[in-house]
Write a protein that binds this ligand. Structure first.
Ligand code: MLT
Length: 258
């Protein structure tokens, strides 16, 4: 499936995959900064933003193949630096597993390598039922929005919370349901994660309650070569909440692996 995407800037390719249930506009804070030195490609994953939302569950593998199809359509054969935020991180790990030759560096943001716990899978199923009963994505807004950003962001930047709210509301019911099904079916990639051979940056929000900072410690223990950065004042949407600190970390990693 051909995805909607942004493509800007010169230089080596960096692909950024947004989280659930957001879209490529979450990378607005990276545009002027990364986009002056790198060619940034930011798709809307299937079911999100301006990309189509087919029926059925969206496996992380299908989403990863969509991204590769986009790279092929853009005739990008050079290995890329692949960044994934949360669900985008699950997709990035699937892409690395399926198409290792396409990736020369990995940036995992506010994400995890393991599968859903039974409780999380149950919550996703309940969320699907609520969304289908309400015929609206409002139950997702209600449950997710309060946990997405840090207390600092909520207090200092209410306009950003409104923006995220609108981003979620743009996601269709089919997109929400397909992604929830796909995320709960995703495999545990913990052992693959420990065997990653490309340079990897782990970037997390210091106040993230969805992918809490303890995960970084577990992940760096599994993959000691990974660099890691905790973004101050940020919750689950670290690159959006504190783009200055996130961009500094991205640029220093990208320079290091050039
Ligand atoms: C995301 O931000 O993409 C989601 O929180 C991921 C998830 O629900 O596991």
């Amino acid at each position: 499936m051909l995805l909607a995407y942004d493509d800007y800037g010169p230089g080596p390719v960096v692909v950024l995959l947004h989280g659930f249930p957001l879209n490529r506009s979450m990378w607005s804070g990276q545009r002027t900064n990364l986009g002056t030195t790198y060619r940034v490609i930011a798709p809307d994953l299937r079911g999100h933003g301006e990309s189509a939302a087919p029926e059925g569950g969206y496996t992380m593998e299908a989403m990863a193949d969509d991204v590769v199809e986009l790279l092929d359509a853009l005739q990008i054969q050079e290995p890329i630096v692949l960044g994934g935020h949360s669900m985008g991180g699950y997709v990035a790990l699937a892409l690395l597993a399926r198409h290792p030759e396409r990736v020369r560096g990995l940036i995992l943001m506010n994400t995890r390598a393991d599968a859903d716990s039974p409780e999380v899978a149950r919550n996703r199923e309940e969320m699907i039922q609520q969304v289908e009963a309400a015929k609206s994505v409002e139950p997702v807004v209600k449950s997710l929005l309060p946990r997405l950003v840090s207390g600092t962001t909520r207090w200092q930047r209410p306009e950003l919370v409104d923006r995220v709210h609108r981003m979620i509301e743009k996601t269709s019911i089919r997109g929400v349901v397909g992604s929830l099904r796909g995320m709960s079916a995703r495999p545990d990639r913990t052992s693959e994660f420990a065997n990653i051979r490309v340079p990897t940056l782990l970037l997390f929000g210091a106040e993230d309650v969805i992918s809490p900072p303890e995960l970084v410690h577990a992940m760096t223990k599994a993959l000691p070569s990974a660099r890691h950065v905790l973004i101050p004042g940020a919750g689950h949407l670290a690159p959006l909440e504190n783009p200055e600190s996130a961009n500094t970390a991205f640029l220093s990693f990208l320079r290091e692996i050039a």
